[in-house]
Design a protein around this ligand. Structure first.
Ligand code: ADP
Ligand code: MG
Length: 273
């Protein structure tokens, strides 16, 4: 049994990478479930119109479901859209619906368009004690992703340990710097997670080495193996943590969650000194 605590302010992660299919959503929901299993109260904010995070957490997200769209565009309070996931009493989700696809355009004409998620989330967190918030981003740098960057304190980048893994990474880092400079000076790239790792291939090893070389502080020791169980789980409305707790993927995501929690304990100790 691992014991970790979640002291201090809620940690707000945005899971970002403008490449699609690198494991953003999979990592968001599995880390969320694993952290909930460690005792954290966790909120997943599904900011991708595809709604894959909502699906994986068994959260209703039909077109008429109150969703992040209503928060961003109609100023509905967050509390009115948050649902609890059947997976854990500690796990909550703000669903996305198909309407979110239009929000990218609709936001353009809104007041404080870059900060609407941040404002709504601040109010919610004031009244609801969450330990961790994980925002699942769409694969683009539009206003939805910018809203995630301004709302977050930490960026978590999943990197697929395959061809072209590092392609686009410098652009992402540039975007983070731009956000830090102009919109959210508190934002930090704290966490990099290698996903879909295949220990049998030289390529996966090479990508891992290169990423660790460039980001020694950020890369988690745990790597997520490529595993059919991980990809099957969402079709059962589950994370792999619930679907097959003893599978390699579940174990790896739990290890990653423990590392993330330990880093949080450490940095909150450093702040106190
Ligand atoms: P993104 O959100 O970045 O677009 P996803 O998390 O949706 O990426 O993952 C893309 C695809 O890869 C999905 O079909 C998912 O099930 C699959 N996948 C993600 N992680 C793994 C893994 N560790 N092993 C096998 N398949 C995975
Ligand atoms: Mg996704």
């Amino acid at each position: 049994e691992v014991t970790v605590s979640f002291p201090g302010e809620p940690r707000i992660f945005t899971v970002s990478n403008q490449k699609g299919g690198v494991g953003k959503t999979t990592s968001a929901v599995n880390l969320a479930s694993a952290l909930a299993g460690l005792g954290a109260k966790v909120l997943v904010v599904d900011l991708d119109p595809q709604g894959n995070a909502s699906t994986a957490l068994s959260i209703t997200h039909t077109a008429d479901t109150p969703s992040v769209y209503d928060v961003l565009i109609n100023e509905l309070p967050f509390a009115d859209i948050v649902q609890s996931s059947p997976e854990s009493p500690n796990l909550f989700c703000a669903p996305s619906t198909i309407h979110l696809a239009g929000a990218e355009i609709e936001l353009v004409s809104q007041v404080a368009r870059e900060f609407r998620l941040r404002r709504a989330l601040e109010t919610y967190l004031h009244e609801n004690a969450m330990d961790v918030v994980i925002i699942d981003c769409p694969p683009s740098l539009g206003l939805l992703t910018i809203n995630a960057f301004t709302a977050a304190s930490e960026v978590l980048i999943p990197i697929q340990a395959e061809y072209y893994a590092l392609e686009g990474l410098s652009q992402l880092l540039g975007n983070i710097q731009m956000i830090q400079k102009h919109l959210n000076p508190e934002l930090q790239l704290t966490t990099i997670l290698l996903t879909m790792f295949d220990a049998r291939t030289r390529l996966s090893q090479q990508v891992a080495e290169e990423v660790r070389h460039h980001f020694p502080e950020q890369v988690l020791d745990a790597v997520i193996p490529r595993s059919v169980r991980v990809s099957e789980a969402p079709s059962f409305g589950q994370t792999v943590i619930a679907y097959d707790a003893t599978s390699a993927g579940a174990i790896a995501y739990r290890e990653a969650a423990v590392e993330i929690a330990r880093r949080g304990e450490q940095s909150s100790q450093n702040k106190e000194q």
